[in-house]
Write a protein that binds this ligand. Sequence first.
Ligand code: SF4
Length: 199
Amino acid sequence: MNIEVSRRGLLRVAGAGAAGTALGALGFGAAEAATAAHVRAFKLARTTETRNTCPYCSVACGIILYSKGDLRKGETAEITHIEGDADHPTNRGTLCPKGAALKNFVHSDTRLLYPRIRKPGSKEFERVSWDDALNRIARLMKDDRDKQFVAKNAAGLAVNRWTSVGFLAASATTNETAWLTWKVVRSTGILAFDNQARV
Ligand code: SF4
């Protein structure tokens, strides 16, 4: 962005800054904070609060998503604000810069919202339903496991390995979800198991 400020304009801006600092020194900073706190309530009024977990890293900070639009009336819910969850034991309301920018992630034009498939020989990805995607993944996994599962090694010891498939889970979950995911994946014999936080 190119902004041209004349010498007179620059002095005016500097003067305003100095006046602002002086007002702050006189206690108007607190008044400003009080006004912001007052206005904030209106910003969030009539929004729905939904607790969630930041999806970026294994710290798994608690967040609150504020959305407008009543799904029960057939309206589309739109997320208008996201902030740290002050009641969450991990982050107690704080967020790192990535977490603080989550709203942009949610509304990003390049965000993938639906499962898509690129069929053999095709250059294009096609949108498919969640049912179709999950059925296809389950089918392919079952067929591969039936062929590749190794129950015993050359010495006859039970190893129960399935090494031809890997599983990438999400680190941004609760302990309970992570525990269940671990149990399910390991029970299939999959060894290559990771998540985006590499933990
Ligand atoms: S807010 Fe930052 S530290 Fe917390 S889970 Fe998200 S990325 Fe990790």
